[in-house]
Structure formats: C-alpha cells, structure tokens
Design a protein around this ligand. Structure first.
Ligand SMILES: [Zn+2]
Length: 409
C-alpha cells in the first residue's frame, strides 16, 4: 500500500536533520547533516528491499534487480540537499515517493521484470559551490568539466577536496557516468514551486517539458560625468541604456507569449553615486522557454535591440552568453501513460511545463523522461514552502501506477 502516513512521517523525520530556528531546512550538500540524511534514506531503502551504494559523485542509489537481468532499469529520483534555510518538501518528496514505491512492491509481492533504481542526486541546488547545481545528475550523464571539481565553497575548500573528505574518490568521478543502455526511463516527482496548480485547484501536474534557461550578461558603457554640469543632450548615460533593455525584455517576451519568460535580473551600476551620471552598467538577463528555437530567436531579437539602443544613445556594449541549458521534453508515451493512469485512478491532473530546472532535465539526455508535480503553496526555497499530505499521496499514487506500468513491460 502507498501509505500517506508513512510518507508524511518520513518527510517530517528528514526535515529534522538540519532544521533551522524558523522551521526551515539547511541540509547543504556533502555536509555532516547531508550525510545524516543519506544514512536515514539508506535505512529506508534497505527496509524496502533495495541494495544501496553511493557513487563517486555522491549520488545515493538503491537498486533492486529485475527477474530479467538483461533489461534496462526504471529509475526514479530527486534530491535531498537544500538551499540555506529552505523548505522541507523541495526534492525530498520525490526521493521519499520513490522509496515508498519500492516498499509497496515488496509488501504487495509485486514482481519486477526490470531492475528499479531509486536515486538521491547530489547537490541539485548548487548552494554549496554556487556553480549552477544539478551536480550529481551532470556527473551521471557525463556533463562535468574540469572546472566543476575546482570550484570552492565559502570556506575556500574545492569540490574535489570536499568530495574526498566525504569519503569519495573524485579522481575517479567518471565512474559515476551511466550509459543509455542502462536505463529504460527516468521518473521524477517534485513540488511545483510555482502558483499554477493552486490556481487550477488541481493537486497533481503532469510535466510536458522542462524549460531551457539562458543567462546573458549585457554591459553598457557610456560616460560618467557631473549630473549638474552636463546638459541633457550631451550625456551618455549607461543606466538609461540598461533600463531600456530591461523594458525591451518585457516587450519582446510578451509579444512571443506562450511559455517564454524573461527577466532583467541584476543591474550593477558604476559608479552608483549621487552627483555622477552612471558610466557603466552590467545587467544579467534570464530568458527561458520550452522551445529551443524560439528561445534563440528571442535572444537574437534582444541582441538587435541592445545594438539599436546603444547606437541611438551613443553607448558601447558587450554581450556575454554566461549559461545555456537545453530544454527537455517529457517522452510522449510517458505523458500518455500518466494521463491514462490518472483517469483510471481518478486523480485530477493538469498538464504544464516546468519553469525550474531539475535533475530530470539531465537524465533526459540519456533516457526517456517523465515528471510529476505536486501542488505547493508559499513558493519554495523558504521555510513556509508547503505541500498537503493528501496531494503528496496523490502524486505518489500516480508515480507508482506509472512506474509499475513500465517495470513489467
Ligand atoms: Zn528541487
């Protein structure tokens, strides 16, 4: 039986490890709290009949062999690291739901032809090394580069040293890489982190695609000068250029519509002093869409606009592409199976894309991917983050029905 009370108890128990004064959770990757969390997961995985190991990237993997050892595995995962003073549901619900499925198979004597794997990915949040996150799933899909082991945390310790101190062997981190031959598909359940399921009054979301983010730095350079002595027509104000660019982001995104979102997220103004016209402004613009071509078209249009603004205002400009992640589509057969199962078991669902990045985005590079969202309130990455036990149960039900459909297929 998929047990609501067991799932809920486990969420609360895990939340006690690294609990903050405000009732939030600080369980930063590869700390002692993180180890304690993994130990607790290990005990639950073993009780569910899984054999457990940790790979060289710090991913905790519980595996149950299938009756046919030559078949590819059905993998289910998420993460149990948190941001500083984050919530108790982000990531954890997906790992606990996966373990619940394994426990359910054991209790009900449900056979599995295919192997199953329940995975807690290491450092999804990226809070320790400020390096963009999804570290464990990048390691598993062979997407790490040399820089990933060199980045340092607030104490000045490199990720290489931290992995080593955790008892791992970062020199052989490529042993964590898995191949397409090993996985039939990957499923992940996660809280929504946005307001859509609340607005739709629907407990469970079926994720159609994960949006691909891009971070573009635009630097405008004009001339810092005296605000009183410089006439309006002889100014080269970099902040006005950056402000026009920020408004252009909103205009362009609204015109393209669909799932596109855009944010002029930061602005650094130099010299940023009263009495001086801003001479240099750098702004980082975040543009996301589930459609890669559309996102690239938007970025190209934004670049043209920045050029036009700079020419008109006599500013110099530079554009640096800081980060680009590919969007990932959920496999259509998994979406269909989830729709069929939710209809059959009367679980109310809503189809939607994910605006946030997840480990599933990386796994989609090597296998078919499907994702389930659970309605959550008060946003996420804060102590007030909240998902109802009923909703988590319904999400876990859908996850279990979907997984069971595939493990004997
Ligand atoms: Zn998460």
């Amino acid at each position: 039986m998929i047990s609501k009370s067991r799932i809920n108890d486990r969420i609360e128990k895990l939340a006690k490890i690294g609990m903050t004064d405000e009732g939030g959770v600080s369980r930063i990757a590869l700390t002692e709290e993180y180890r304690e969390g993994l130990n607790l997961l290990t005990s639950w995985m073993e009780r569910a009949g899984l054999s457990v190991h940790i790979d060289q990237a710090g991913n905790l993997i519980g595996r149950k062999e299938g009756e046919s050892s030559n078949l590819k595995a059905v993998a289910i995962g998420s993460h149990v690291d948190s941001v500083g003073n984050g919530g108790k549901y982000d990531g954890t619900v997906g790992v606990i739901a996966g373990i619940e499925l394994a426990q359910h198979l054991k209790e009900e004597n449900i056979e599995n032809k295919r192997p199953i794997e329940i995975i807690a990915f290491c450092e999804e949040e990226g809070s320790r090394f400020q390096s963009g996150g999804v570290f464990g799933s990048r390691a598993m899909t062979g997407k790490l580069n040399e820089e990933d082991l060199k980045v340092v945390d607030d104490n000045g310790d490199s990720r290489y040293e931290v992995l080593k101190a955790f008892g791992l062997d970062p020199a052989n981190i490529d042993r964590a890489v898995r191949s397409e031959e090993e996985f039939e598909l990957y499923l992940e359940m996660h809280i929504e982190q946005g307001p859509i399921l609340v607005r739709e009054e629907t407990p469970v979301g079926i994720v159609t695609a994960i949006t691909g983010l891009s971070l573009t730095e635009v630097i405008f350079e004009g001339e810092a000068n005296h605000v009183g002595a410089t006439p309006m027509d002889l100014r080269y104000d970099a902040l006005l250029g950056a402000s026009e660019a920020a408004l252009a982001v909103e205009e362009i995104i609204n015109r393209y519509g669909g799932y596109a979102v855009g944010t002029s997220a930061t602005m650094e103004v130099e010299p940023s002093q009263v009495n001086i016209i801003p001479g240099k402004v750098s702004t980082v613009i975040d543009i996301r869409d589930t459609d890669l071509d559309k996102r690239e078209t938007i970025l190209a249009e934004l670049e043209e606009k920045v050029k036009e603004i700079s020419m008109r205002r006599n500013l110099n400009y530079r554009i640096n592409n800081k980060l680009k992640a590919n969007p990932a589509n959920s496999a259509s057969h998994i979406i269909q199976t989830m729709k069929d199962m939710s209809e059959k078991h009367r679980i109310k669902t809503f189809e939607m894309p994910s605006g946030g990045g997840h480990d599933a985005q990386l796994l989609a590079e090597i296998t078919d991917m499907g994702m389930i969202f659970v309605r959550s309130e008060n946003g996420s990455h804060n102590p007030q983050e909240f998902a109802k036990a009923e909703d988590i149960k319904l999400g876990t039900d859908l996850l279990a029905h979907t997984a069971i459909h595939y493990i004997n297929k």
